[in-house]
Design a protein around this ligand. Structure first.
Ligand SMILES: [Zn+2]
Length: 417
């Protein structure tokens, strides 16, 4: 049975050049006593935008682990897949993030809903979840609403899971179920019943990615009240713990946070709460490695700096087109974007500082950072030139990627000093 370790980190590497630098961060954390399983994830959307194949991620993961002599488990995640696109990921992936977001809110058949309701009748009234102070008062009509909202999505998750299992064989892959890409968060009570739905078909779900309160914009910090997040996160941890025992879900089932990267304001809460309750965690970061590549190229100066300046200039002309696929996960204040002519005058240090996520640095510009984050498509259009620059400036770029993964993410999450 393929099982994920207690701590795991989802690493995005859109252009497939930074796996080694990312792995170095994992290895250094291991030396500090924090064992983290690396998981390389890439969604169908990213593959389509760049023109890569799921198999490319496998090739990269195998190559970088071999080169580093890394003998511990690692995974390749088919990120946010559904029934329509799972096929092309089956061979190369051993971790599947079954995304049911688009099925939420569609109603299952009355017969299926009634059957589910009779299954969970005993949880209506007052539900006590160990570790959560006040009990939940749950009415029958509330459970019906939850079933009407989520049961259809759970049934789809069963279908997708069966399809993967049929092709890969039982126990040969890790299953995650995600529902984070929706407008509204799931409450702990909803999460409880969703887990029951998955348990009914014995889906061996090892990670579950709910949607939390607040905004998880790509590549920038959390927007919301970190204390409210902490409270919600802790309740969800307790729900998962209870559901494992109550529904017989896998012992190692843990929370997956689709962080969108860089949620510095809540990392310390996540870290201290998993420590407090002795829980595992999977944190999926977004493709901010691409941003580190841009920063590294900017730092390298000369033609590399010119290249990234061009990307920025082009992105200003295509704001709408670039942002459209990410509308729910970015907030760009267009009037705060520096003009093309200003940026042309910038030196390497200033360009890098505008993009590097160091809150408090006067040159840091989260609007520009988000725009460049979604502009990776533009580099994909000049792939040959881009790869040449990445390779020529490998050391500088790799250092940016390592430093970002290790210092800004791993150290903060796992409280490494
Ligand atoms: Zn997600």
């Amino acid at each position: 049975m393929k099982t994920l370790g207690k701590y795991s980190l989802g690493l995005g590497d859109r252009f497939g050049h930074q796996g080694g630098a990312q792995l170095k961060a994992i290895i250094v954390a291991g030396k500090k006593g924090i064992e983290i399983t690396p998981v390389w994830n890439k969604s169908n959307r990213e593959h389509t935008t760049i023109g890569t194949q799921p198999g490319d991620v496998r090739i990269e993961a195998d190559a970088v682990t071999k080169a580093a002599g890394f003998k511990k488990p690692y995974f390749v995640d088919a990120d946010h897949i559904n029934l329509d696109n799972v096929e092309r990921f089956i061979e190369s992936s051993d971790f599947f993030t079954i995304d049911v977001a688009s099925y939420i809110g569609k109603k299952a058949e009355d017969k299926e809903i009634d059957e589910f309701l009779s299954n969970v009748e005993k949880y209506t009234g007052y539900l006590e979840i160990p570790g959560i102070k006040s009990s939940f008062k749950i009415s029958k009509s509330e459970v019906r609403q939850i079933a009407e909202k989520y049961l259809f999505a759970a049934i789809k998750a069963w279908d997708i899971f069966r399809k993967i299992e049929k092709a890969k064989g039982k126990g040969n892959f890790v299953t995650e179920v995600s529902m984070d890409e929706v407008p509204y968060p799931q409450t702990p009570v909803e999460l409880f019943f969703i887990l029951k739905m998955l348990a009914l078909e014995n889906i061996p779900v090892q990670t579950i990615a709910p949607k939390f309160s607040g905004r998880f914009n790509k590549g920038v910090d959390y927007v919301g009240d970190p204390l409210k997040f902490a409270e919600e996160f802790e309740s969800d941890l307790m729900v998962i713990d209870f559901a494992i025992k109550e529904f017989g879900l896998p012992e190692n089932l843990k929370m997956s946070i689709h962080s969108g990267s860089d949620k510095f304001a809540i990392y310390s809460h996540i870290g201290s709460l998993i420590k407090k309750h002795n829980k595992g965690i999977h944190v999926k970061t977004a493709g901010t490695t691409w941003l580190e590549e841009v920063i590294g190229l900017a730092e390298s100066g000369n033609s590399a700096l010119d290249f990234v300046k061009d990307i920025y200039a082009e992105s200003l002309n295509k704001i709408e087109e670039l942002c459209a696929p990410y509308a729910d996960v970015i907030d760009i204040n267009i009037s705060s974007l520096p003009s093309k002519s200003d940026v042309l005058k910038w030196d390497n240090r200033k360009f890098a500082a505008a993009l590097r996520h160091v809150p408090g640095n006067k040159d840091y510009n989260p609007n520009m950072r988000q725009l460049i984050h979604v502009a990776y498509k533009l580099a994909a259009h000049k792939m040959d030139e881009y790869y040449k620059l990445l390779e020529a400036n490998e050391k500088t770029v790799g250092h940016c990627v390592y430093e970002n993964t290790y210092n800004r993410h791993i150290c903060r999450l796992f409280d490494i000093k």
